[in-house]
Each structure stands twice: as structure tokens, then as C-alpha cells.
Design a protein around this ligand. Structure first.
Ligand code: IMP
Length: 199
């Protein structure tokens, strides 16, 4: 028997990427696949809350097994900003260059550049809620470097690598990224603890 799992995203690319790392028998559906064209409001004050809001929305409205994710960049010198506001830090346009510019301007020449990316995933499986997280520690550079990736990648250097995420290949970033680590926990849970013995 197979498990159909809705990923609460409108981004088909994201859904396909996740599908490729799911165990056999797990079928990922995006919001568009289930006929949901709502933009689910992310009104929580933490990443966990936002992931839960999105997963609960799907479960309550469609009664389907589902999961949702939320990611943020936390910078120590800025008291954890941009955090849950990472996408729209410099305004509702969600402009990555403007966001990075704002971070670099706020940090100025400070040497305290410690930061981390965090991803939270909320899974609702057979009506039960489970949370998974993934973190990667690093620092904010003094200027943008590299052309790969997206979002804050050009100004984030993961610990012990001496290069920004934007200077890495997608494969290399995926070996250590916050999102990869959270998804790994989700997959592990589905395989070991729940998915198989419920079939
Ligand atoms: P989301 O929760 O995946 O939509 O991520 C929210 C925001 O965090 C994005 O709009 C980006 O600005 C930023 N972000 C998320 N993941 C990454 C990443 O892997 N690299 C750089 N920025 C990211």
C-alpha cells in the first residue's frame, strides 16, 4: 500500500525535489495537485508555528496526510533577525538582493557575524503532529560572493567551508543544508518509525 503525502507548497519544483528523496511508495502531492490555490498566511511568530499553520490548514480543509516547511536565517548581532521575516525582510516584494543589502548594511563592519539557517517541518500523519528541524551554523560575509543558490546564499558561509552557499554546487550545498537535514529526519521517521509498520 502507498502513502500519499501533501507538501504544503505551490512550488512544483520543491515538490519534485522532495519526491526524489522520498522512500518508495511515498507519493508527494503539491497544493496545486489537490486543487488548493490558497496562499496560506504565515502569521506565526516562529518557524515551527508557521510550518504548523500550513500543515494544519491542509489537514483541516482536506483531511489529508501532509507536511509543511518554513525556513529562516538567524543573525546573532541582529537579535535573531530576519528569522521568520527572511523572505520579506526588505519589503513585501521578497527581493533577495534587497534583503541581503539590508543585512549587510545593518551589520556594517561588526566582527560578530555568527548566523544560522533553520528549517522546521511539521508533519501531520494519521491526525498526529510531528516536528522536525535542521540547522546549519555559519557566518555572514562582508560582501556577496558566488552566483549559485538563491535567497541569502551569497552572504552565508557555512562553518568550516570558507565559501558561501552560492559558491557551491547544488549537490554540495544539499549535503549540509538546513533543509536537507530537516528532510533527512522526516524521511527517517517515515521509514523507521511510522510509515512501514502502519502499512
Ligand atoms: P521558505 O520558508 O523556504 O520559503 O524560505 C523563506 C526565506 O528564507 C526565503 O525566501 C529565502 O529568503 C530564505 N531562504 C530559505 N532557504 C534558503 C536557502 O537555502 N538559502 C538562502 N536563503 C534561504
Amino acid at each position: 500500500m502507498d502513502l500519499r503525502l501533501v507538501f504544503a507548497t505551490h512550488n512544483d519544483h520543491k515538490a519534485k525535489e522532495i519526491q526524489s528523496i522520498m522512500p518508495n511508495g511515498v507519493h508527494i502531492l503539491s497544493l496545486d495537485d489537490i486543487g488548493c490555490d490558497e496562499e496560506i498566511p504565515e502569521t506565526g511568530s516562529t518557524l515551527e508555528e508557521n510550518a504548523l499553520i500550513k500543515a494544519r490548514y491542509v489537514f483541516q480543509n482536506y483531511g489529508l496526510n501532509c507536511f509543511a516547511d518554513d525556513t529562516g536565517l538567524e543573525i546573532d548581532e541582529l537579535d535573531g533577525e530576519p528569522g521568520v521575516f527572511s523572505a520579506r525582510y526588505a519589503g513585501p516584494e521578497k527581493d533577495a538582493n534587497a534583503n541581503m543589502k539590508k543585512v549587510l548594511e545593518k551589520l556594517g563592519g561588526t566582527q560578530n557575524r555568527e548566523a544560522r539557517f533553520k528549517t522546521s517541518i511539521a508533519l501531520i500523519l494519521h491526525g498526529e503532529e510531528h516536528l522536525f528541524d535542521g540547522t546549519v551554523d555559519g557566518r555572514i560575509t562582508y560582501e556577496a560572493k558566488g552566483n549559485g543558490g538563491f535567497g541569502y546564499d551569497p552572504i552565508f558561509e557555512p562553518e568550516n567551508h570558507g565559501r558561501t552557499f552560492a559558491e557551491m554546487s547544488l549537490e554540495e550545498k544539499n549535503m549540509m543544508s538546513h533543509r536537507a537535514r530537516a528532510i533527512e529526519k522526516l524521511v527517517h521517521f517515515l521509514i523507521k518509525d511510522n510509515y512501514t509498520h502502519r502499512l
